[in-house]
Design a protein around this ligand. Structure first.
Ligand SMILES: Nc1nc2c(ncn2[C@@H]2O[C@H](COP(=O)(O)OP(=O)(O)OP(=O)(O)O)[C@@H](O)[C@H]2O)c(=O)[nH]1
Length: 188
């Protein structure tokens, strides 16, 4: 069976849930008292999709400002970047846009960008409208999904979408309309 390796990095403000998304994907667990990441952490997970094994090499970067300068070490050479914001904190969506700009300027040219609006279980205190985030993601040809690491919503789907759009196959065909499968909305 063919094995494909896919290097993925996570970027985004501190506290948006990057490590929690990785933990949910790799370990299928959630820790409400998880510590902020120092520097970066690395995890892998291998998943079988149809007749291929997909090995995700995941770099989870620290969102705290003091670690910002380290990020290029992780996004350079990545096939995909998951940029995470917190749907309950508008300012984390502004930070996400800064990451998109930085990736466009300094990241690998064919990097697949996925935007994850995390904490969609906290819909009552939402500050970022799903429609606005989706429109923005479409405008930059990024994957978009709202996730909840806490309630395991759209986490596996996020990584599946990325693996369908990895650069060797996805660079020419990547548009919001051309990808499959569709992920469901955030139901919690
Ligand atoms: N309600 C809710 N809380 C979440 C979710 N994901 C993460 N959290 C909480 O948000 C806080 C921050 O989560 P982290 O995963 O450490 O965030 P991070 O983006 O990795 O933070 P840094 O390591 O500082 O960059 C923790 O208290 C988590 O338990 C979610 O989907 N829903």
């Amino acid at each position: 069976m063919a094995l494909r390796e896919l290097k993925v990095c996570l970027l985004g403000d501190t506290g948006v849930g990057k490590s929690s998304i990785v933990w949910r994907f790799v370990e299928d667990s959630f820790d409400p008292n998880i510590n902020p990441t120092i520097g970066a952490s690395f995890m892998t997970k291998t998943v079988q999709y149809q007749n291929e094994l997909h090995k995700f090499l995941i770099w989870d970067t620290a969102g705290q400002e003091r670690f910002r300068a380290l990020a290029p070490m992780y996004y350079r050479g990545s096939a995909a970047a998951i940029i995470v914001y917190d749907i309950t904190k508008e300012e984390t969506f502004s930070t996400l846009k800064n990451w998109v700009r930085e990736l466009r300027q300094h990241g690998p040219p064919n990097i697949v960008v996925a935007i994850a609006g995390n904490k969609c279980d906290l819909i009552d205190v939402r500050e970022v409208m799903e429609r606005d985030a989706k429109d923005y993601a479409d405008s930059i040809h990024a994957i978009f999904v709202e996730t909840s690491a806490k309630n395991a919503i759209n986490i596996n789907e996020l990584f599946i979408e990325i693996s369908h759009l990895h650069p060797q196959r996805g660079a020419q065909t990547h548009s919001p309309e051309s990808k499959s499968p569709r992920v469901a909305g955030c139901t919690h």
